[in-house]
Design a protein around this ligand. Structure first.
Ligand SMILES: Cc1cc2nc3c(=O)[nH]c(=O)nc-3n(C[C@H](O)[C@H](O)[C@H](O)COP(=O)(O)OP(=O)(O)OC[C@H]3O[C@@H](n4cnc5c(N)ncnc54)[C@H](O)[C@@H]3O)c2cc1C
Length: 264
């Protein structure tokens, strides 16, 4: 299975091991024949996910071939629980393939790590990014020289290239850690570009382990957790008390996040 991402990127399944049955089988080693209600596979997987019994999910592993811009790779590589082999720009030549966004937004005023409104006329900005990418690649080739007359080492020549150039890697991870990656990187707070990759991987996982995916959506992806103070507010409201920001005891930001969790 191969999914195209952004303008030149991709996510392709190279190999995988295990499935929903492997999760259930591993759990049954812990639980033996189990209780009557635990025997149903979806029920058992839901139980494991709800109670953070995570190791059965580690019985499933997936190896992906990804083509991604370097600035996305820098965020992605922070997930330390995967095994990675990246294309070497010390050993090989970088291809002239750059990510050029098709949408450009302003800096968000509310979130220092986010985008604001989409700009309408982006021609000039996109041209600037394209020209800069092309110009940097010309300089890269100039530094490398020719086969007959090589000049600067590839490991040094590459430093003139911006981070929107594409790299490639093999990325192998188990399902438990993949769910952690997806929870963080499918979130609206994650940058659009890495979110696109996470969304592509989610399609693969959905088909691969449908029961585990269902449990993940139910108990993690679309679930929220409440702090002790938030629970106290909910309890007060259930008892009929009117709790607003002023008498909530929460900070401004916490109050806003609390309301977001409640969908208000
Ligand atoms: C929206 C968003 C914004 C971010 N902004 C920034 C930023 O501004 N600056 C920045 O530097 N990073 C930033 N990050 C990266 C973030 O801080 C984490 O490094 C990244 O999300 C990986 O998370 P993780 O460590 O839980 O994942 P993994 O590395 O995959 O680890 C999974 C889990 O394994 C355990 N684990 C792994 N290694 C260790 C260890 N050495 N010690 C103890 N436990 C370990 C932890 O429980 C961890 O949660 C951002 C991430 C997101 C999603």
């Amino acid at each position: 299975m191969e999914i195209r991402v952004l303008d030149h990127g991709l996510v392709r399944v190279v190999d995988r091991m295990g499935d929903d049955a492997a999760i259930v089988q591993a759990a049954r080693v812990s639980y033996g024949t189990g209780t009557k209600t635990m025997r149903e596979d979806q029920g058992l997987i839901n139980y494991l996910m709800r109670h953070s019994h995570t190791t059965p999910f580690e019985m499933c592993e997936i190896k992906l071939h990804c083509k991604l811009p370097i600035f996305v790779a820098r965020q992605w590589i922070r997930h330390r629980t995967a095994s990675v082999n990246e294309y070497s720009a010390r050993y090989s030549f970088l291809d002239n393939v750059f990510y050029i966004p098709n949408k450009v937004s302003t800096q968000s005023e509310l979130n220092k790590q986010g985008r604001g409104i989409d700009l309408e006329d982006t021609t000039e900005i996109i041209e600037l990014i394209e020209n800069h990418s092309e110009e940097s690649y010309r300089k890269y080739l100039q530094l490398i020289g020719t086969e007959e007359d090589p000049y600067v080492a590839r490991e040094l020549a590459r430093i003139v290239i911006p981070t929107n150039i594409y790299t490639q890697w093999y990325w192998k991870i188990d399902l438990h850690n993949l769910f952690h990656f997806l929870k963080l990187r499918m979130d609206p707070h994650a940058q659009y570009e890495i979110r696109e990759y996470a969304n592509a991987i989610s399609q693969i996982v959905r088909e691969w382990v449908p029961m585990a995916w269902h449990a993940f959506e139910e108990y993690q992806l679309y679930a929220v957790t409440f702090s002790r103070s938030e629970l106290a507010i909910l309890n007060r409201r259930l008892k009929g008390e009117s709790v607003e920001f002023e008498n909530s005891g929460l900070g401004k930001r916490e109050w806003s996040e609390f309301n977001t969790k409640l969908g208000v």
